[in-house]
Design a protein around this ligand. Structure first.
Ligand code: SF4
Length: 246
């Protein structure tokens, strides 16, 4: 079953090396949509509150619901809409909302006044695609208040040593993925292996969510069809579980 996404607005601006081949821009180009225009969703802005004919929420209780995966939750153009979404998030306290951003520096100015130590049902994540961006965004993530914190190394562009960050004991999950579609930059299995070893060292949950289109293993580049990137990553993760300590 495809993962349900909650996209209250759509569109983004490239702001980082990881954005170069952004899948949102790639898919929008095919549909003649200008990704740089940020638009509030006409149909799904209140998706978590929608109910079926029986009066049950369409978004089931207990799931992890990614928010703004075709935009950035903290993008400036959405400032006027975000408070309403925070209210929706608060109302659906039975759903775990996953907010992943490249704009963590805007977090403090964008949280609701009753955020406190963070809403119980919200996970905040940053994407860190290379060492430089990791060195800026992960310390900011470590400094903010949130009930759960994830790191997305995605699209991974080089090996990133996470020892300094994971040793603080504040990260719940590291998830790694390669880049997809045209001109995708390669994802090397050796990087994945070393990142998993660091996660194991600090008892941080590890996930390899997609291989990317160009996956290097034992020095050989494999061209992976997009629909197989996820299953191939799971196979690679399984292999790592069997061949490493955890
Ligand atoms: S921040 Fe994310 S959605 Fe926005 S351009 Fe970059 S990769 Fe794409």
């Amino acid at each position: 079953m495809p993962r349900i996404l909650y996209n209250p607005w759509h569109g983004c601006h490239k702001c980082s090396p990881g954005c170069l081949n952004c899948y949102v821009f790639y898919l929008d180009r095919k549909r003649d949509i200008d990704t740089n225009i940020i638009k509030k969703s006409k149909t799904n802005f209140n998706l978590p509150l929608k109910k079926d004919r029986k009066g049950n929420y369409k978004i089931p209780s207990g799931i992890e619901l990614p928010v703004c995966f075709t935009s950035d939750f903290f993008i400036e153009e959405a400032d006027e809409w975000r408070d309403e979404v925070w209210k929706i998030i608060k109302q659906r306290s039975d759903v775990n909302f996953l907010i992943c951003t490249k704009r963590i520096e805007r977090f403090i100015s964008c949280i609701p006044s009753d955020w406190g130590d963070g809403y119980d049902n919200v996970t905040i994540a940053v994407t860190a695609e290379n060492k430089l961006k990791a060195s800026i965004r992960i310390p900011e993530l470590l400094n903010i208040k949130a009930k759960r914190k994830y790191i997305f190394i995605s699209p991974i562009l080089e090996y990133i040593d996470l020892n300094d960050y994971l040793s603080k004991g504040k990260i719940d999950l590291v998830t790694v993925g390669g880049e997809s579609y045209e001109n995708a930059r390669p994802c090397n299995f050796e990087w994945i292996k070393k990142i998993k070893e660091t996660c194991d060292k600090y008892n941080v949950k590890f996930d390899f969510h997609q291989t990317g289109s160009n996956f290097i293993k034992d020095g050989k580049t494999y061209k992976i069809k997009h629909h197989k990137e996820y299953s191939q990553a799971k196979k690679a993760e399984e292999y790592l579980r069997k061949t490493t300590k955890k």
